[in-house]
Ligand binder design. Structure first.
Ligand SMILES: *Cc1c(COP(=O)(O)O)cnc(C)c1O
Length: 369
């Protein structure tokens, strides 16, 4: 018998497909890359990629080579970008599995060229340029050197040029225009309009249309969230893909003045009814939600009382009649007329939806519906 956890991260294929189609259509005629790194932001890289691939998505992005190879092994025959490059000792795998690396150093170019020549193949690479993020990427004064190197190395071919926005999630920041301007300077220096130029992440795609260029790379929006944490026009807009549910383990009446959970950081102000839930920080429910998180039981919100423990937390159900062991509890998602989304949890944790989704999705059994 399959033994399930009390906790379930539920992934809606319908919502994923809705977001994919919406974004692809918005971005058209730019090509669409589905960012599936970090196990598809906690939604399951293999399951999501497979579903998207069967529904017409042909370009995928991951961080590392290992992820790309595992996509290939699972039958994804589209284009797979590795955004962080690769360890030169694995150049042969890049060539053999026909992965598209994003390149920012000479060593991996040499290694690729060698591996490609040995296998009698050609590898298409994308050059990563730094237009202001000051993370990965070559600088303007290195462009000529890299173009020359790629030109002279057998087996490697420049196919595109990539950069990344640091501030595009701020709809109003002037930084994005400046970054895009610098990207344009790179483009003029490279002077080859046959290449694929791409810089837009979800924020670029949604908030700065002029930056979509030849391809957009969408992660968070594919999973139903706006990069700045503000949900817009939810009717026609993006739909959150993940929800997270659990069950009530035990319910008890606690007298006034009792401390709850480790450190007794909460004391009951009145005789209270407390429900114990099998969800803790080990399940991606951050300890930062101690005394400030909320869950939904019987269609109503119940506040977290005391510290979130490793595997459990306590919520106050004094005002929710009839709560009993086994009741479904929604931690992320909707029940009745109430909804808690990853932006709500992120705000309470001082982080962004990205981290909440990774933490919950990658620490729980996932169920695909
Ligand atoms: C993660 C990532 C993206 C996707 O970003 P979102 O904000 O999730 O859309 C795009 N490009 C690069 C280089 C990335 O690392």
């Amino acid at each position: 018998m399959d033994i399930h956890s009390f906790n379930k991260a539920i992934i809606s294929r319908r919502a994923l497909l809705h977001n994919f189609r919406l974004l692809q259509e918005k971005a058209s005629p730019s090509a669409f890359l589905a960012m599936v790194k970090a196990d598809a932001y906690g939604h399951g890289m293999l399951e999501c990629s497979d579903y998207l691939f069967r529904n017409g998505c042909t370009i995928f992005g991951v961080a590392e080579l290992g992820e790309a190879v595992s996509l290939r092994k699972n039958g994804i025959s589209g284009k797979i970008f590795i955004m962080m490059g690769f360890d030169p000792q694995f150049a042969e795998a890049v060539v053999q599995q026909q992965i598209t690396p994003v390149i920012y150093d000479r060593l991996s170019l040499h290694a690729l060229s060698q591996a490609a020549s040995k296998q009698n193949q050609k590898v298409a690479v994308h050059l990563k340029v730094d237009s202001g993020m000051n993370r990965l990427g070559i600088q303007l004064e290195q462009v000529d050197e890299f173009l020359d190197l790629i030109d002279t190395l057998p087996g490697v071919e420049l196919e595109g040029v990539a950069s990344h926005f640091p501030c595009a999630d701020d709809r109003l920041s002037p930084e994005t225009r400046k970054n895009y301007q610098r990207f344009t300077v790179f483009r003029e220096r490279i002077a080859n309009e046959n290449l694929t130029y791409h810089i837009a992440n979800s924020a670029g795609t949604l908030f700065h249309e002029e930056t979509r260029r030849d391809m957009v790379r969408c992660g968070i929006s594919l999973y139903g969230y706006y990069p700045d944490g503000v949900m817009m026009d939810t009717e026609a807009g993006l739909q959150p893909v993940m929800s997270f549910t659990t069950r009530v383990l035990q319910v008890k009446d606690v007298p006034q003045g009792e401390g709850i959970s480790y450190g007794h950081t909460f004391r009951t102000l009145q005789p209270s009814r407390i429900a114990i839930l099998p969800v803790g920080y080990e399940d991606g429910y951050s300890r930062k939600l101690s005394n400030c998180g909320e869950v939904i039981i019987r269609g109503r919100r119940a506040p977290v009382r005391g510290r979130v423990c490793m595997n459990m937390c306590m919520v106050d159900v004094t005002d929710i009649p009839g709560v009993e062991t086994g009741d479904e509890v929604v931690i992320l998602g909707a029940q009745g007329n109430e909804t808690i989304n990853a932006d709500d949890l992120a705000r309470q944790c001082g982080t962004i939806s990205y981290e909440i989704l990774c933490m919950i999705g990658n620490n729980n059994q996932r169920e695909y519906i």
